[in-house]
Design a protein around this ligand. Structure first.
Ligand SMILES: NC(=O)C1=CN([C@@H]2O[C@H](COP(=O)(O)OP(=O)(O)OC[C@H]3O[C@@H](n4cnc5c(N)ncnc54)[C@H](OP(=O)(O)O)[C@@H]3O)[C@@H](O)[C@H]2O)[C@@H](O)CC1
Ligand SMILES: [K+]
Length: 474
């Protein structure tokens, strides 16, 4: 599991280790990564052109020290000081001692930026406030031929939220220290971070408020039938999806659900005949279920379907048209429920649920904040879909899904996700676990099905068993 901590938590963990050479450890890891990247790119460090962008804090200090280490291995290092009078004195002296060039001239800096083999972004780290300042902005726009390595995090990305106010430097690799920062895992920040590499420096931070699961974590959550299992013990999922107008959503939600580890899927919508023709294993008779999925393609039938599902005291996953209806009713519609509710909005639906003039764009720009806000307001687990899917619990705990692919942004993909995740709920997973495991496997299935080519939602559903096997290592 990858864990991300806030700046305040990192500072506290750092303070608890006062006197230990944390910066030396950070710099050693940073310089080693840069040397490895240069060796891979051009065979050796010797003779490489390295540009260090150094701001006024310790982040600049890390970059200058790493520059000095590379200079000692024969790299031609230039450092641009964005705040020359406040640059880290020790690091400055170390770089000076190697005979490297130091400059505050932005024109020289930009020319070197364009032709360097490797650029170290040490403008600002976890001490950054607000967006990138004017002196640094040209670097966010300039073209370059070399690799950009962000020190701790790309300058301009908010460490705690992943929000980018204006511009940020776009890294190929981010070398982060001690622990991940939420801003490295959540878009838009995650997009700027490139490949993230963690350098352990001995920090012992508390429980992480933001986590990103990996294969083994998800494998441990997935339901496995025991010897005693029959179809009812494995759970029955009720699907209230599709309508005369949108029968396809029913087919796709059911296709997802059938791969989610339940014993049976009970379909209760209009296009029942079509569903059974395509999926003969589906039950159409009314009866008990262990969870409901309501909303994909429900169209005009959403109000009745949502009311029916919420009236049953079992976990309910609300998606698509069900969310539009819920937005109309407001959080009060969930107030009396004792069983968990899981909401799976995309940014537009999240904006509608939040109301108050919030736009989809604002949700996309502040995914962590908005997912938490929604979860708290509705007292429900929220799976906010998008380039990085964020799963938030009402108490603020968050999991970020790292497996998504842009190919998943295709019609019907959300229906498959809803059915599959609903099945995990019916199989007995808690809403937070079902949402995180559902998003994770759906993403893996998307990657398997797409293999870098366009993919349909039906193909994603078909790839779910392969994703399950991959994640469980079977
Ligand atoms: N914690 C740890 O465990 C370890 C931390 N380590 C390293 O230390 C880094 C944190 O160092 P830090 O505290 O000195 O802050 P840092 O990010 O360099 O920036 C603060 C300076 O920037 C300025 N500034 C603010 N906003 C700005 C902006 N938008 N654009 C431009 N400038 C801006 C602000 O000055 P101001 O102008 O606001 O007075 C202030 O002087 C951390 O990221 C990691 O790299 C490792 O070495 C070892 C272990
Ligand atoms: K940085």
């Amino acid at each position: 599991m990858r864990e991300a901590h806030t700046v305040a938590q990192v500072r506290a963990a750092e303070a608890a280790l006062a006197g230990q050479p944390l910066m030396d450890r950070a710099v050693a890891g940073l310089a080693a990564t840069c040397a490895r990247l240069l060796a891979r790119r051009r065979g050796r460090v010797y003779g490489a052109r390295v540009l260090v962008l150094a701001g006024s804090g310790d982040n600049g200090g890390d970059a200058l020290f790493a520059g000095a280490a590379l200079a000692r291995r024969g790299a031609a290092v230039t450092a641009v000081l964005l705040a020359p009078e406040r640059a880290h004195p020790g690091a400055l002296a170390a770089l000076r001692a190697t005979g490297s060039q130091l400059t505050a001239d932005q024109d020289v800096g930009l020319a070197d930026f364009r032709r360097a083999d490797l650029i170290l972004d040490g403008i600002v780290g976890i001490g950054g406030r607000g967006g990138l300042r004017p002196a640094a902005q040209p670097y966010a726009r300039a073209g370059r031929r070399g690799l950009l390595v962000a020190v701790d995090l790309p300058s301009g990305v908010d460490a705690d939220t992943g929000e980018v106010a204006g511009e940020a430097l776009r890294a190929d690799v981010t070398v982060t220290f001690g622990t991940h920062k939420p801003g490295l895992l959540i878009d838009p920040g995650a997009e700027y971070a490139g490949t993230v590499q963690l350098v352990p420096i001995g920090l012992r931070p508390p429980a992480a408020p933001v986590q990103a699961l990996q294969h083994a974590d998800v494998a441990a959550l997935l339901p496995r039938p025991g010897a005693e299992s029959d179809k009812y013990r494995r759970g029955v999922l009720g699907v209230l999806a599709g309508s005369e107008r949108y029968p396809g959503a029913a087919l796709l939600a059911v296709a997802g659900a059938l791969h989610g580890g339940v014993g049976a899927v009970r379909y209760q919508g209009r296009p029942g005949e079509e569903v059974v023709r395509r999926h003969p294993e589906v039950l159409l008779t009314p009866g008990r279920v262990q969870a409901w999925v309501v909303g994909p393609g429900s169209g005009d039938e959403a109000p009745g379907a949502l009311a029916d599902a919420l009236a049953d005291e079992v976990p309910v996953l609300v998606d698509a048209d069900g969310l539009t209806e819920l937005a109309r009713l407001g959080p009060g519609a969930l107030a009396g429920r004792a069983a968990p509710t899981l909401l799976t909005p995309h940014t537009g639906e999240a904006a509608r649920l939040l109301g108050g003039g919030v736009t989809a764009q604002q949700v996309a720009g502040a995914r962590l904040h908005r997912a938490r806000e929604l979860a708290e307001r509705y007292g429900a687990v929220v799976l906010l879909k998008g380039s990085t899917t964020v799963v938030a619990r009402p108490d603020g705990a968050v999991r970020v899904n790292p497996t998504g692919t842009a190919w998943l942004a295709t019609a019907g993909s959300g229906d498959v996700l809803a059915g599959f995740t609903g099945a995990l709920l019916a199989a007995g997973l808690g809403a937070f676990d079902a949402a995180s495991a559902g998003a994770y496997l759906h993403g893996v299935a998307g990657r398997i099905a797409a293999a870098d080519a366009p993919v349909t939602a039906g193909e994603v559903a078909q790839a779910l068993p392969a994703a399950w096997r991959e994640v469980c290592g079977v």
